[in-house]
Write a protein that binds this ligand. Sequence first.
Ligand code: ZN
Length: 134
Amino acid sequence: MPHLSHSDGKKIDLSFMYRDNEGKLTNQKPSISGYGVFEGPESGEYNQIEKCLNTGSWQYDYPKYLTFGTTKPKLTFSEEATKELIVELLKQPSTGKLFIEPHLKTRLRLEHNRIRYHGCQAVRHDDHIHFQLR
Ligand SMILES: [Zn+2]
């Protein structure tokens, strides 16, 4: 489901990686659309979402309305597999900027100059990875 800024065909959204209820990595995603089930900031983590909502960017967590339903049983976010995916993406010379919510960048200990913050006028990126091709 491309959002407006995807219209040039160079921007791609990818789901995070999850484990099923037996702890195995799965290709299933927690929402039908792939959007709207967030890995939000835990207490003590930097909360960019609250900041954006508090400064009037009401659309920032709008994707919560775009799940089209959630899958059951509940899947759990895999930090290791999601990190591995992002690291692989960044190894590709064709990968340009990559967006992920700041608290997840910190939690996954991701350091890379192509990981950027997308700004409050976008939507939150703690339900998917956004990257663009050079
Ligand atoms: Zn995107």
